[in-house]
Design a protein. Sequence first.
Length: 156
Amino acid sequence: MNWSKVPSALATVLMIAASADINARFVATTAQTSDITGYYFFVGKPPKAFQDVHWLSFAQVDANGHRGPLNGFIRLKTPRNGKFVNFFLIRPKLNGRVITFSTRVVRGVSYEFKGEFLKLIKLQDNEIVLKGLLSKFRNGRKVAEFTTRYSYYTGD
């Protein structure tokens, strides 16, 4: 065995391990310090297949101001039978600036989203803070998708 190469191989392994640790800490810190709670509206007019979508809603803080798991929904503009139509998020994930989720199926329709936050803290009303690809499914088959940007609104 060539013992002269051991120190450089060990140094490489240690640098890779340190890099992975720094990345894991960044992701954990970002998830802990960000607050993306609020409403997100399309910037510009969406394609016909998405014109019934009113907003996306994300929450990381409950009504009492305590941190909670990421959750939310997509709300349609028009109520059905006097009730708001919400597509609740399934397994939403915020990894650094990247957010992904799918929704529950409502009357055969569901959505998937993959996007990126342009910023994660000190979000201001009417500021464009999110961009991504929203896909619409009917009976499990993709029927439409579009990439857009979203403006933020704090809400009540």
